[in-house]
Design a protein around this ligand. Structure first.
Ligand code: PGA
Length: 258
């Protein structure tokens, strides 16, 4: 499966950072075997999309309603109008700080796929859940309850849907899940995707996220069922992000190790 390496800029990025968007888009052309995307703040989507035509610029969240009285929110039509081609949904920082439920995330992913956008749907356990032996159950349960169903969302599966496994304790902490732990969760998520979508579930990309950087990317990308990465801090500059894209390209031809 072609790997997807997506950057999540979170609440970082103003006009001056378009230079990095350009540098990343330019460098990513050297790696045609890898899909690359940057999910930037909503305020930067239109300028980023104009700066790098043909390169995938995404959002970090979307409302599930078509329009209406939702102060501060952005709907799918606004994203496509601004030039976004995908969006993250269900990031743990939103599930936590904005109290987004699995049902919200499901509705968002259905709205986004239905509008023709790509979706990166995030799941992942907290440290307490992992220590209680609940990691597989938590991530699988979130996925089951957040996956998009029904037409027209189904038309976007598998090509426009990706799942990101992001253990909360590994996000922005420098701690990375072991290859064995990643393999175990990704295997469980793959089973849930196949249970939900049949054969198409085998072709939904499953990304790993949480402190991915150039130094650990090669071993993470070599794990079975790791079809790419969702990268936060290390996606903010071309200097840090491009080597991760290069690592994804390098393992394309190599067999999985776990
Ligand atoms: P990080 O963030 O790479 O900075 O850990 C990943 C994410 O939250 O998507």
């Amino acid at each position: 499966m072609k790997k997807l390496v997506a950057g999540n800029w979170k609440m970082h990025g103003v006009a001056a950072d378009l230079e990095q968007v350009r540098a990343i888009a330019e460098a990513s052309r050297r790696f045609p075997s890898v899909d690359v995307a940057l999910c930037v703040p909503a305020t930067l989507i239109e300028r980023a999309a104009r700066a790098v035509p043909g390169f995938a610029i995404g959002a970090q969240d979307v409302h599930f309603a078509e329009k209406g009285a939702h102060t501060g929110c952005v709907c799918t039509a606004m994203l496509t109008d601004a030039g976004a081609s995908l969006t993250i949904v269900g990031h743990s920082e939103r599930r936590d700080s904005q109290r987004e439920s699995d049902a919200d995330v499901k509705a968002k992913s259905e709205a986004a796929l239905g509008a023709g956008l790509g979706v990166i749907l995030c799941v992942g356990e907290s440290l307490a859940q992992r220590e209680a032996g609940e990691a597989v159950r938590t991530a699988s349960g979130q996925l089951d309850a957040s996956l998009p169903h029904g037409e027209p969302a189904a038309a976007g599966v598998p090509d426009r849907l990706a799942v990101a496994y992001e253990p909360i304790w590994a996000i922005g902490t420098g701690k990375v899940a072991s290859c064995e732990d990643i393999a175990e969760i990704h295997r469980a998520l793959r089973e849930r995707l196949v249970a939900a979508y049949g054969e198409a579930g085998d072709r939904v990309r499953i990304l790993y996220g949480g402190s991915v950087k150039a130094s650990n990317a090669p071993e993470i990308f070599a794990v079975a069922d790791v079809d790419g990465a969702l990268v936060g801090g290390a996606s903010l500059s071309a200097e840090d992000f491009v080597p991760i894209i290069a690592a994804a390209a390098a393992v394309e031809a190599a067999p999985p190790i776990a």
